[in-house]
Ligand binder design. Structure first.
Ligand code: 3MF
Ligand code: MG
Length: 343
């Protein structure tokens, strides 16, 4: 079926299979080789962490950073790809062990903002003005460890500093309720967009919704998306799937909750999302997967998405309207199930 959706993923989605309980099980794939997979798998956009584009970013001079980011732009253009987003990977640096923007230590807060500005610099060279903030360690293991009211002011200050640094940068906050922290300060899109309104330029602050993160918050991902879409603030997505309230699983899109996936596709269709944003995937191959088939989770997710677009477009809207008018939601539910099952 012909659609105008464009797909993206981050290089971290092709990975060695380590988990908290065991080491890597597949060889590392070099960055250039990862790039060579994108088009073959049906993808046009790359989601970058700042240090994917410029390794050891903190040790680089401004000139080196610019040069390397430019080289990366050439490398992706050579593969026919564009950079969709760039994200400061604050959570891997030892300085950010207890958070960056909300760390108790003012020197760490300063570092986190400076690192984010470097990330903006990388994005500029990559031709990308959309920065994703996954606020990984901005939260607490125990509530008494930080002062939450101050933390929320510091988040606004950090975002204001980034917005002031570059007049064109747009920030999409990626909410997640927990993991790695026990309690994250920005657990839902409602929190993210309320925070956005308190910044110096709310028009440049929106959201990215990840399916699994919404499920981890006990919420319906399509309703989270609708909340952001109604405000014109859904600037990217991380589609994947999640089996209940566990660790963040990043399963293939639709693999655990097919009907929920259908409803995410429906809401994106209803909003004409294909015209404005990339369909980003944030999926992990199962650890059991052999190296030669450790990218199929990406092409499968894309295929499931497109199959669900077809399902959304071929749902009998006339019958749907009648069932809604009659308030016969039992019939509507059965019609959805029959349509999804092809019976
Ligand atoms: C964690 C995530 C992250 C972010 C990514 C982009 C590793 O649960 O989803 O993926 O999406 O870092 O900022
Ligand atoms: Mg994500």
């Amino acid at each position: 079926m012909a659609t105008n959706y464009r797909f993206s993923f981050g290089p971290w989605n092709i990975h060695e299979g380590a988990d908290p309980f065991g080491p890597t099980v597949r060889p590392s794939v070099e960055f250039a080789r990862k790039l060579s997979f994108y088009k073959k798998l049906g993808f046009d956009g790359v989601q970058f962490h700042d240090d994917d584009a410029v390794p050891n970013i903190e040790e680089k001079s401004a000139a080196e950073l610019k040069k390397q980011a430019k080289e990366m732009k050439r490398a992706i253009a050579g593969e026919g790809l564009v950079a969709e987003i760039v994200a400061p990977r604050l959570w891997e640096n030892s300085k950010g062990i207890d958070g960056g923007y909300t760390a108790n230590d003012p020197a760490v807060r300063k570092w986190a903002i400076e690192r984010s500005k470097r990330c903006v610099d990388v994005g500029r060279e990559l031709g990308c003005n959309l920065m994703v903030l996954w606020l990984a360690r901005e939260g607490t293991y125990i509530r008494e460890a930080k002062r939450a009211i101050d933390a929320h002011h510091w988040l606004v200050e950090a975002i204001d500093a980034i917005l002031a640094y570059d007049k064109k940068i747009r920030i999409a906050i990626e909410p997640k309720p927990n993991e790695p922290m026990d309690h994250a300060y920005i657990p839902t899109i409602g929190h993210a967009l309320a925070l956005a309104e308190r910044t110096r330029d709310p028009r440049r602050v929106g959201g990215l919704i990840e399916t699994a993160h919404a499920i981890l918050a006990g919420l319906d991902p399509s309703d989270e998306m609708a909340f952001a879409l109604a405000a014109n603030k859904l600037w990217s997505v991380h589609l994947n799937d999640q089996n209940g309230l566990k660790y963040d699983q990043d399963k293939a899109f639709g693999a655990a909750n097919l009907r929920m996936a259908f409803n995410q596709v429906r809401v994106l269709e209803a909003a004409g999302y294909a015209k404005t944003g990339f369909v980003g995937l944030d999926v992990k191959a199962m650890r059991t997967q052999r190296a030669e088939v450790a990218t199929t989770h990406l092409s499968n997710s894309r295929r499931i998405f497109l199959a669900l677009v077809e399902k959304a477009r071929t749902f009998d809207t006339k019958a749907e309207k009648q069932m809604i008018a009659a308030r016969d939601y039992e019939a509507l539910e059965m019609a959805v199930i029959k349509h999804l099952m092809g019976i």
